[in-house]
Design a protein around this ligand. Structure first.
Ligand code: DC
Length: 208
């Protein structure tokens, strides 16, 4: 069983993927970490994330251990990730890693959940279940703002909202729902409600 979950930043797809993986006992791959690890790899090597050779070299030397690095969510790494993710050769190089995970979920898990931007369209076009998670940009910015506040960060809401709009613009090309994806708008839903909806969609597919 392969479950593809796509959506824009802070749509709730990561939280949903984590909870579904726990409930179903499936292996989960947060594919954003792959791009982040590639961005970090370029920075570590003293390269430029916008340089195609530097970015491709980092993508080609990605290992699962790099996905555990504690620096992957630092702002400099986030910025580098966006730059490498915009390059087609990098995306092509990272496709194999993601497809292997889906085909052979680690630990012999009976299923895989991959969340990102292009899972249902490019990485796993034959996924058993495809979800596209969305929420209004103001709500996504509010969620991110509250998350930052809980970490003691001082970013203002207008700054977070603007950053979210900038991220959406740079992600837009690679964040397209698959034709057969089920859309889950989380704007007015709690995470429990989102999980229940997703589980009923998955259950319907499992028994069909
Ligand atoms: O979801 P995130 O913020 O961790 O993603 C980090 C970067 O990787 C961001 O630029 C979006 C990009 N990304 C992508 O292009 N395709 C994916 N499947 C996942 C993430």
């Amino acid at each position: 069983m392969i479950i593809a979950i796509d959506g824009f930043a802070a749509s709730g797809k990561g939280t949903l993927a984590t909870i579904l993986a726990e409930r179903l006992g499936y292996a989960r791959l947060d594919t954003g970490l792959i791009y982040r690890a590639t961005g970090l790899g370029v920075l570590e090597a003293g390269g430029d994330p916008e340089n195609p050779d530097d970015a491709l070299a980092a993508a080609e030397s990605l290992t699962p251990a790099l996905l555990e690095d504690g620096r992957l969510r630092e702002p400099a790494v986030t910025a580098a990730a966006y730059k490498v993710a915009a390059q087609t050769p990098v995306r092509d190089a990272l496709r194999r890693f993601q497809k292997d995970f889906a085909a052979n979920p680690p630990g012999g898990a009976p299923g895989a959940i991959l969340d990102g931007r292009d899972i249902g369209t490019v990485i796993c076009p034959d996924a058993d279940v495809k979800l596209f998670v969305s929420a209004d940009v103001e709500i996504r910015a509010k969620r991110r703002f509250e998350e930052l506040q809980s970490q003691g960060k001082t970013d203002t809401y207008p700054a977070v909202l603007q950053a979210m709009k900038d991220r959406d613009a740079s992600d837009a090309e690679n964040t397209v729902p698959a034709d057969d994806a089920v859309h889950l708008d989380t704007t007015a839903l709690t995470i429990d409600q989102v999980v229940e909806k997703a589980l009923s969609i998955i259950e319907a597919r499992r028994t069909s």
